[in-house]
Write a protein that binds this ligand. Sequence first.
Ligand code: PLP
Length: 545
Amino acid sequence: MRRQRGNGEGSLLTEAFNRMDAWGEARERGKPKVFRAEHRTLKKKGMEKMEVLYSSTRDGREKITASQAILKGLSEDGGLFVPDHIPALSCTMRELADKSYQETAYEVMKLFLTDFTEEELKTCIARAYDSKFDTEVIAPLVEAEGAYYLELFHGATIAFKDMALSILPHLMIASAKKNHVENEIVILTATSGDTGKAALAGFADVAGTKIIVFYPKNGVSPIQEKQMVTQKGDNTFVVGIHGNFDDAQTGVKMLFNDKELAEEMAGHGLQFSSANSINIGRLVPQVVYYVYAYAQLLKEEKIQDGEQINVVVPTGNFGNILAAFYAKHMGVPIHKLICASNENKVLYDFFQTGDYDRNREFKLTSSPSMDILISSNLERLIYRIAGGDPEKNARLMKSLSEQGSYQITAEMREQLADFYGNFADEAETAGRIRAMYENTGYVLDTHTAVASAVYKKYASDTQDGTKTVIASTASPFKFTRSVMNAIDPKYDAMGDFDLVDELSKIGNVAVPKAIDEIRTAPVLHDHVCDKTEMKAVVKQFLGIE
Ligand SMILES: *Cc1c(COP(=O)(O)O)cnc(C)c1O
């Protein structure tokens, strides 16, 4: 059985940054100038804006800039970087209603990433949200059964990870430049399927970066494997390993911790970094689409200015829903944040009881990107409801790593009133896909179906008729077999690409480019190695003898 990923990602980087000290050199060289930013007000074109600085959720002493937080990913103490305040939107919703996705992205991101210049940010945004997306609006809203599905899957790998991973490489390169990091950045990732491909697509051919992805040779779906091994780009490297996801992850963790390797790499002008989902450079771009969704609803006259909406998010690592929470605190009129889980319902139980307890059976479901027992990004919320007290948060996180659980106080629980948690089991998820298809012809992916099912429960539990946006996190084409089997079990007899064509036919949607391409795309990566050979493979790829 595969172990959950959230935990692995967190502990991996904690240890990596604790021991490897990848940024040691940069820190020594640049400390006074670079790593000790003071809280100050930036004056620009006569406009005053508050600089946002970032500190760890586990130790508030060191404050760093956004670009430094993006480069580091995770704090050395194992904490996540959080902004010292959530900035308020500086445009009205009416003004935002007339802006494109890219313009909205700039309006939101400039408020968080205050040490980036206008030109830097606009360049990053232009490079990220371009024709890689199959629709000009980038994140369209689709109305079905009275709710608004915010489709976040129109990017290169047809899952919502593209929303952030298409811009993170550019933010990272700009951050490296700003901080005088001259090394080439080597992104190292172990994947069980989705993150690896989205990171590959994001970093492919980005100057100043290389990306190495290890995946379990027999542990990903045929479509996922095909997506990865056909990846173009001179700086990409994909390797299957004989072993499972845990082996890939453990191997990557050892490479991050390998001091000798770090030194050798530094000698060749290289350093590791991570595209992990706890990077603030992934969180901030996700705030954008909630702002955009609200503004679009206003533009389409679906809501009145100032009218509240609910947001439903199918949740795994808690990144996407945390972005919605940030959007609310920037001023988007959001009523409830509805957190949808699959059978790994640790978050539902947490919202019910105030106890976070990962000591339970890990379940494999048809929504694998939500098969997580430790939601890493929840730590940012815990820190906040602990009154921004890093010691208090650190104690809870220690309990989580030692006992696998922690309990929050009644006072902290009171601050979770904006959240509603529920879950959908496998039968409910499949039933929702079928019912939506039969009622409207719209085909949901399995993750989105979890959210849709939870929304139904919320609506009947509360009778709340507030207009609602549901984050639609993957194209049904990415999980074709589960989706088609939910609609009719007869489809199970069909082959993978036949199912794709059938889905296109019954759903009346064109096959996404991402899927069409891999049908005939040549395999460019056929490396397979033993888990003990990972270091040698990395050195070979990097040209280190
Ligand atoms: C990653 C992912 C999720 C979960 O998002 P989090 O930010 O980890 O909560 C949901 N759906 C899909 C399709 C995903 O790829």
